[in-house]
Design a protein around this ligand. Structure first.
Ligand code: ATP
Length: 249
């Protein structure tokens, strides 16, 4: 019979399974790079995937027939007055004014509820929104920069989507070019060449983030209480003499 040391004995039947805290996985990058298409596919595959709609004052876009992305699945549309009230009442986790006269932001309450329950959320953001959210939820936020295979392909995707035209399309592309310069502020980079493999990469990132030891406070506590500095003596054996007994420290 193997006798465990007393500090381990109390844990012989404790399940060494983490209870990971929430991950807020932010897909960030230029508009038109494929973030909403990816989230739409992911939600189709996993209907329980956590997603919080943003609020925006911009006009609703017509559904994209190629990707099946419907603006209404991603935004609640409000007037500027309603938006102002949300800001003044402290109901937004963060908000931005990306174009003149147009505001968008994320409701705070569902994010706090997710943290309290350890649920994960995915977000579709520009780098600016990603950085705002990271400031508000530094423990939860993980930034994935979703890049287009090339700038030429980004321009094609933006044009084909048909949401913007003329000067607006040019503005969106120029903003996208600026977004590219924020890449080094993200933890991960995925190139959205084809949607299924990009989705696989995102799912793997979320899985890996859930396994980070620091997200499982319960495990850190269990392992911490098993720690015994004297155990290290068994590993350090510079004189090649096996230590079999320990004299009192
Ligand atoms: N891997 C891909 N291959 C080919 N086309 C793609 C791919 N990913 C996205 N697209 C197409 O590119 C267009 C833009 O995609 P989408 O609307 O998902 O981008 P977005 O990053 O969410 O943009 P925004 O942030 O402005 O909403 C869509 O028409 C979509 O079908």
């Amino acid at each position: 019979m193997i006798e465990p040391p007393s500090n381990v004995a109390v844990h012989m039947e404790t399940a060494l399974v983490g209870k990971p805290s929430s991950v807020f996985l932010v897909l960030s990058g230029p508009g038109g790079t494929g973030k909403s298409s990816l989230i739409r596919m992911w939600r189709d595959a996993e209907p329980d995937l956590g997603y919080v709609k943003n609020v925006t004052t911009r006009a609703r876009r017509a559904p994209d027939s190629r990707s099946g992305v419907d603006d209404e699945d991603f935004f609640d549309f409000v007037t500027r007055e309603e938006f102002r009230r949300l800001v003044e009442d402290g109901q937004l986790a963060q908000w931005v004014n990306p174009q003149e006269g147009y505001y968008s932001g994320t409701p705070l309450a569902p994010l706090l509820a997710a943290v309290a329950e350890g649920r994960d959320l995915v977000f579709d953001y520009t780098p600016q929104l990603f950085l705002n959210l990271q400031r508000a939820f530094p423990e939860q936020v993980v930034g994935v920069f979703v890049a287009p295979p090339s700038m030429e392909i980004l321009r094609d995707r933006l044009s084909r989507r048909g949401a913007e035209e003329g000067a607006n399309l040019q503005l969106k592309f120029n903003m996208g070019a600026q977004d590219m310069t924020y890449v080094d502020m993200h933890e991960y980079h995925v190139t959205n060449t084809d949607l299924p493999s990009t989705l696989e990469a995102l799912q793997s990132i979320l899985r890996a983030e859930k396994s980070r030891l620091r997200r499982s406070a319960n495990l850190t506590e269990i392992y911490g209480s098993m720690r015994d500095p004297r155990q290290m003596l068994f590993y350090y054996d510079p004189t090649h003499t096996r230590v079999s007994t320990i004299s009192p420290l």
